[in-house]
Design a protein around this ligand. Structure first.
Ligand code: BLA
Length: 507
């Protein structure tokens, strides 16, 4: 795989971003041998950062004065879960107040990252308000909009986006607050390839990333290889880690000068990012980064609760549907009314834009659906694919080119049987997910397919996302399949009873 900084657009998916070999110079990094407290590796700027003329390698951490050593030493040889830890201390020629962030490198060595500390600020009220905001939001939309506003107010960035991933890793700007004169990105979607897998895995572990100034000059580790291991230092957990040049170029092309990005974890997975952009360099200190991390954690917990509530509501609406079918049979001698009397009752549990019932040779529909001939043809095609009880595809035309003409209204199709008779099916449809946006003022370079990082931009990404997902709908989830199966089974139960009743009545 390509080393840090050596990737191009064709292999950037595998760039070794954790072996960055350098830091952003708004702080300094020291690697300390745990057995004796001696500094063995340092960022090139470390000496000057602390007000010394000579490199620090070979010196004992104690030599840096202040209380850095006396406070850090408590963490040497501690069990792994005792660190990472943050200390407020003083060190250097001027005994500057510092935040020291300590963690153990994956292959050993105490990593000490230093930043100048500002005046202590009490964030208790900010946290209190943030938690209140999060817990009082009762929908995902309300929560994310409120959080975008809250993070912007807290951090002062020009733009804050809640960037949400779908099951395939593509991203959508789900919420946004920004300075009014900036172009909106809200609703835009970007391909999974904009954030490589290696980066995503890293962001699950290291939850807050600050890029203080996109035009920074990296400060290289000296020596480059760790004297403790003879290998590259694994900088996965370093808050000063240099950022991939490809991503830097992307941001430069957007005119962004500084970013703060916080991972949104839901159920142990990277659900999305809180992505803050500034159009001038911007430095956010440890305490505020920690507040952001905490609030993102609370937000993730809230998202999990809202998602499971929504799932419960969907289950409930399937149960209600079943109940209404049974009532309908008693009242009208038919169960179909219950499925079609309200458009939402059939569409909502599957988040579908249309549905069709093929039953006793007739077709009944709700919402946006293909023509009746096409539905019949689709029914025959699906009939052969229902062995498992449910068939779903989010790219119908790629499965069967003959259905290309259905793409707009039925890029996605999920189907289930509603009786024991062949050809008696319920089919739900989802529309193609691409939609057009008008790019105001064209602030970015026009989309192109070139291999040049100078061409990277959200606009190009958005165009690329279009290419990737052309002819597809939003994917059907396991929950969608379960709902379709449940509805199919409910209807089958009712149909079987209904038919045996009809036979009884006829006799
Ligand atoms: C990282 N790319 C990222 C990140 C975002 C994006 C949000 C995470 C940055 C972080 O957490 O600090 C993408 N940013 C966007 C998008 C918008 C935005 C879509 O503001 C839209 C508004 N990037 C590419 C391509 C490659 C690439 C084609 O576009 C190569 C395959 C690479 N992106 C890339 C890398 C990183 C990244 C390597 C990791 C940067 C790092 O942490 O060092």
């Amino acid at each position: 795989p390509p080393a840090f900084g050596q990737a191009n657009l064709s292999n950037c998916e595998r760039e070794q971003i954790h072996f960055a070999g350098s830091i952003q110079p708004h702080g300094a990094l020291l690697a300390v041998r745990e057995s004796d407290g001696v500094i063995v590796q340092e960022s090139g700027n470390a000496a000057s950062f602390l007000g010394y003329a000579q490199p620090l390698r070979g010196a004992h951490l104690r030599k840096l004065g202040g209380d850095l050593w006396s406070r850090s030493r408590l963490y040497l040889d501690r069990p792994v879960d005792a660190i990472p830890v943050a200390l407020r201390c003083a060190a250097g020629a001027q005994a500057e107040p510092l935040n020291a962030l300590l963690h153990r490198a994956p292959r050993g060595g105490l990593i000490v990252e230093l930043e100048y500390a500002g005046p202590p600020i009490d964030y208790t009220l900010a946290i209190q308000r943030g938690v209140d905001t999060i817990l009082s939001s009762s929908t995902l939309r309300g929560l994310c909009d409120a959080c975008a506003a809250m993070f912007r107010e807290l951090t002062g960035y020009d733009r804050v986006m809640i960037y949400r991933f779908d099951d395939e890793g593509h991203g959508e700007v789900f919420s946004e607050t920004k300075r009014p004169e900036l172009e909106a990105f809200l609703g835009n979607r970007y391909p999974a390839s904009d954030i490589p897998q290696i980066a995503r895995r890293l962001y699950e572990r290291n939850r807050v990333r600050l890029l203080a100034d996109v035009d920074y000059t990296p400060s290289a580790l000296e020596p480059r290889l760790s004297p403790l291991t003879g290998e590259e230092l694994d900088m996965s957990m370093c808050f000063l880690r240099s950022v991939s040049p490809i991503h830097l170029q992307y941001l430069k092309n957007m005119g962004v000068a500084g970013t703060l990005v916080v991972s949104l974890m839901v159920g142990g997975e990277l659900w999305g990012l809180i992505s803050c952009h500034h159009y001038a360099p911007r430095l956010i200190q440890f305490e505020m980064r920690a507040v952001c991390e905490l609030l993102a954690e609370v937000m993730g917990t809230r998202i999990a609760a809202l998602e499971s509530f929504a799932q419960g509501q969907a289950d409930l609406s399937v149960r209600r549907l079943e109940q209404r079918m049974i009532e309908s049979v008693t009242r009208e001698g038919d169960w179909r009314g219950a499925l079609f009397d309200r458009a939402r009752s059939l569409l909502l549990p599957l988040n579908a834009s249309g549905a069709a019932l093929l039953f006793e040779g007739k077709t009944q529909t709700v919402g946006d659906v293909p023509g009746s001939e096409e539905i019949r043809a689709l029914g025959e095609w699906l009939e052969k694919r229902l062995d498992d009880g449910v068939f779903a595809t989010s790219a119908l035309s790629s499965q069967e080119p003959g259905f290309e003409s259905l793409t707009g209204v039925a890029s996605g199709v999920i189907a289930t049987r509603v009786s024991n008779e062949p050809g008696e099916l319920l089919i739900w449809f989802r529309k193609e997910r691409v939609r057009t946006v008008t790019w105001g003022g064209n602030p970015f370079k026009a989309p192109s397919d070139g291999d040049d990082p100078n061409e990277l931009s959200p606009r190009r990404s958005f165009a690329q996302w279009h290419q990737v997902v052309e002819g597809t709908s939003d994917p059907w989830t396991a929950a969608d399949r379960a709902a379709a199966r449940l509805i199919g089974e409910s209807v089958t139960d009712v149909v079987v009873q209904f038919r045996s009743l009809r036979i009884l009545v006829a006799q």
